[in-house]
Design a protein around this ligand. Sequence first.
Ligand code: CP
Ligand code: NVA
Length: 308
Amino acid sequence: MKSFLNISDLSSVELRSIIDSARSRKISRKNLNKSAPDQDKPFEGKSLIMIFEKPSTRTRISFDIAVKQLGGSTIILNPTGIHYGKGDETIKDTAKVLSEYADIVMIRTDAHKNLVEFKKNSSIPVINGLSEQSHPCQIMSDILTFEEIKGNISKKTITWIGDGNNNMCNSLIEAAAKFDFNLKIGCPVKYKPNKKIIKWAQKNNANIKIFGKPKDAVVNSDCIMTDKWVSMNDKVNKKAKKKSLKNYQVNKKLMSFAKSDAIFMHCLPVGRGEEVTDEVIDGKQSVVWTQALNRVHAQKSIINWCLT
Ligand code: CP
Ligand code: NVA
């Protein structure tokens, strides 16, 4: 049974096939309406259950549209409205029950261990729709977006600015190893990537450099990425964290040190005026709306990969 919990779980060949098929499927339906099914309807008669332990706009809607385009249906569950590991029914039992009803499950969780526990007891594939540790679906769609604009990501330089120890940065580090791009991370010492992931990256020959000065991380880069300074349910002193990251804002000046044709990426939702200025996110180099759209196409491909 295949599941999609982390980019590091898949081989480079598998990940490449997901991106390539997302791209060709997207091209082949370019004249269809947004929610019209693809001609082959590979998910016809099948359903995806989604469980959201925390809020979501893009993940919720893009998975729903992805499944419509694949010819299937979705069921969205709120964990407070079902029996879900809260004493009355274990996650193990929920996983066994949902495996009888649907063909695939997507979970957004506050505790990555819930995904692992669910997967262990499920007989259908499980997709990570964001955990506190990783956000693999977002990074896969970001690679799709990058390649549509800039060509193959291999050997290109991507810069991450801001919180180096969050779910997005973790998945980006894993992707750097698997897709063979150079990753430069600009972050304060306090928010450096965690040691475990850096050790994994080194073992997997990832080309990653960490810089204290944001400018040094941005020089010669093809793409600048950032994320909210305080993630959902981040158990920190928000004011103090924002203060430590205040010099890591992506603004016009910082963008000017990157390649002149560099793109700006953000997974959204955005803290306008904090990690990025309006001028940058609304500017010509920003590709954030295409990133949101491409969640649909990357996730269709992830669903297909899980089921084959
Ligand atoms: N980027 C992303 O996952 O957005 P949502 O939180 O709206 O799903
Ligand atoms: N790091 C952010 C990503 C949101 C899509 C968070 O976890 O809140």
